[in-house]
Design a protein around this ligand. Structure first.
Ligand SMILES: [Ca+2]
Ligand SMILES: [Ca+2]
Length: 616
């Protein structure tokens, strides 16, 4: 009995102590905002023990609170502000509980907007941050994190690469001809295992401390901008990590899509536009979880949608992000993504976004998700600039790995491009030969360097915004069959202080690796310096036999790209290509260096590509 009384007494003392304390605010998201944006609405997500019981007072009359929303969990409070005509640098919010007041000063910065404009002449380079270069060994292992170790000998562990390592190699990117860096996600993934890939974020506003800080990330953007280069952010709206800070103190039932038992998505993007699709399949596609460690965010919950959108705009404004690559695009709620990109474009009308739409199903499957697509029965208008071009990727591999036939091999490239009318602007599709989820390009083509040049030549001359996966320029390979994804995300040789060999220098690369590097270097410049590859048009001629020819041109420039995928030399008769060749009498093949004075017949060596600049 005595013990019981003592417990009651202690409980009373404890609650009195709580009452006596000032309200405690653990965080407010976003942590600061801007006073000169087009959107005057701002949602503040206030988090702290029992914050929902606080009264809130705003001390600035120019700003109004349009709504205060409480969630099921009293540790959250949502404030909806209208900034109206207010352009000051800060305002005060009073949180009042039992006569005690906590005043929070909220900062509003003034934004200098950057132009943010991707062009087809850009060359994007994809870097896997944990696997590229270790610029700061001090952040390799952080004891307080759920996965505290760093082990370079383990495929699925952290290896210590970081943002400083990327900053240290901007000269290298620039020399290669890269204009834009795309980093796999850099937001914190405080997950117990396999956290290095970055796609299970646990805080929308924090850079992973093992990669650096928000300041380091901004420093990278600043350094790139100083050289007129750009930064593409890898956005992951669809899911979060199971240890996301909100998952650990669930705000409400509708924060993530919940099922009676773990339910995986059906990975069928076709359910979005299939006129015969069942509601069951449609829901499973969008609301099913990608993985059991990655809860699927409920983007139809208005406060969640706003929370996500604001965090993306925050990053653009804060760091100066130039473009978004959007992960698992088709798994998101279509209307939410549209709303989200429209919100961004209200501030930045030309903001570039490219969506990962990986599923098989043809060009239609990707085009459906992009802006002003050619569908008769259109979905709500999309604001997604472009698709990551998996269809062209598969076609190029087919062209390199199979003999040309009527509808196979080279013809696949031709056929895929014939569907471009489904896109509003196919020239802005992000094109690639490999990435962090695919076998290495050189491995896929069985390390045949002649084929490597054909595929790379197509990538760097056809329509689209080309992207290179780190290491592809030095012929990085992976084991086949592939046992795990770590094998396609190997450390860049020379990126660690203890590496004895480096692929960053001519001396450290083999003759063939230098040839590959120089090939990209040469054609990235040709692409950048000639409008034909940027805003220029594409004309292709139907493949014949082992050959396929296309042109990139403007009123004043014309480039002819001719490919032979046969094992014998071919003599190409150009009579049928008169409409593009008329007026030109000479050519310079940028691949072989050969000068041509007769364009009527062009010799194409076996398994080769010619990229010929035409002149009068
Ligand atoms: Ca490090
Ligand atoms: Ca989803």
């Amino acid at each position: 009995m005595k013990k019981y009384i003592l417990i009651c007494f202690l409980a009373l003392v404890g609650s009195n102590l709580l009452v006596a304390q000032k309200p405690e605010i653990k965080r407010i998201d976003p942590q600061f905002w801007w006073n000169n944006l087009e959107s005057r609405e701002l949602q503040l997500c206030v988090y702290g023990t029992n914050v929902a019981s606080y009264d809130v007072k705003l001390k600035t009359s120019e700003i109004s609170i349009s709504e205060i929303q409480k969630l099921k969990n009293p540790n959250y409070l949502l404030l909806y502000l209208n900034l109206g005509t207010f352009h000051g640098k800060e305002f005060q919010l009073d949180f009042i509980s039992e006569g005690k007041t906590k005043t929070v000063t909220y900062q509003l910065r003034t934004l200098q907007k950057l132009p943010h404009q991707m062009e087809a002449s850009d060359l994007v380079y994809l870097v896997f941050p944990d696997r590229f270069s270790n610029g700061d060994p001090k952040n390799d292992a952080i004891k307080t994190m759920l996965e505290p170790r760093c082990a370079r000998d383990t495929m699925g562990a952290r290896h210590g690469g970081d943002i400083q390592g990327i900053i240290n190699h901007i000269d290298y990117f620039q020399d290669l001809g890269v204009t834009t860096l795309w980093l796999n996600p850099t937001l914190v993934n405080d997950q117990p295992a396999y956290s290095y890939h970055g796609y299970a974020l646990t805080d929308h506003y924090l850079t992973d401390p093992r990669l650096g800080s928000n300041e380091t990330y901004k420093k990278l953007a600043d350094e790139l901008h100083k050289r007129s280069m750009k930064l593409m952010m890898d956005l992951v709206p669809n899911h979060i990590g199971s240890k996301h800070w909100m998952m650990l103190d669930m705000p409400d039932d509708n924060f993530v899509n919940q099922w009676p038992e773990f339910t995986r998505t059906n990975y069928r993007a076709t359910t979005h536009f299939d006129p015969y699709a069942s509601e069951y399949d449609k829901k499973k596609m969008v609301d099913g979880w990608f993985d059991n460690q990655m809860p699927d965010v409920n983007e139809r919950t208005p406060w969640v949608a706003t929370y996500l959108m604001q965090s993306y705009l925050w990053w653009i404004n804060y760091a100066g992000i130039d473009a978004f690559r959007i992960d698992t695009y088709s798994y998101n709620d279509y209307a939410f993504m549209d709303q989200c990109l429209a919100y961004i474009q209200k501030e930045y009308p030309d903001f570039y976004s490219t969506g990962e739409i990986w599923e098989q199903g043809g060009v239609l499957n990707m085009a459906y998700f992009t802006e002003n697509n050619g569908f008769k029965k259109s979905p709500p208008s999309s604001h997604l600039t472009s698709a990551k071009d998996f269809q062209l990727y598969w076609s190029i591999l087919d062209a390199l790995n199979n003999k040309p036939e009527w509808d196979k091999g080279l013809a696949k490239v031709y056929n895929t491009l014939t569907h471009d009318g489904l896109y509003n602007n196919p020239n802005m599709n992000l094109t690639f030969l490999d990435n962090h989820d695919l076998n290495r390009y050189f491995t896929e083509i069985k390390e045949d360097f002649s084929k490597w040049k054909i595929g790379m030549g197509i990538l760097l001359t056809t329509r689209g915004v080309p992207s290179i996966y780190y290491g592809t320029e030095v012929l990085q390979t992976n084991a086949m069959p592939r046992k795990n994804d770590g094998q396609i995300r190997m450390d860049f040789v020379g990126g660690w202080p203890t590496d004895t060999l480096t692929k960053f220098t001519v001396a450290g690369r083999t003759a063939q690796e230098n040839e590959a590097y120089d090939f990209i270097k040469k054609f990235s410049r040709l692409r950048r310096d000639n409008e034909a590859f940027n805003t220029g048009k594409l004309m292709q001629f139907t493949p014949e036999g082992n050959t396929y020819v296309y042109f990139r041109y403007t009123a004043s420039e014309c480039f002819m790209v001719a490919i032979n995928r046969g094992d014998k030399q071919e003599e190409l008769d150009t009579k049928r290509m008169k409409e593009r060749l008329v007026g030109f009498s000479k050519g310079h093949d940028h691949v072989s260096g050969e000068e041509m004075s007769d364009l009527s017949k062009i010799l194409l060596p076996s398994n080769s590509i010619r990229i010929i600049e035409l002149s009068h």
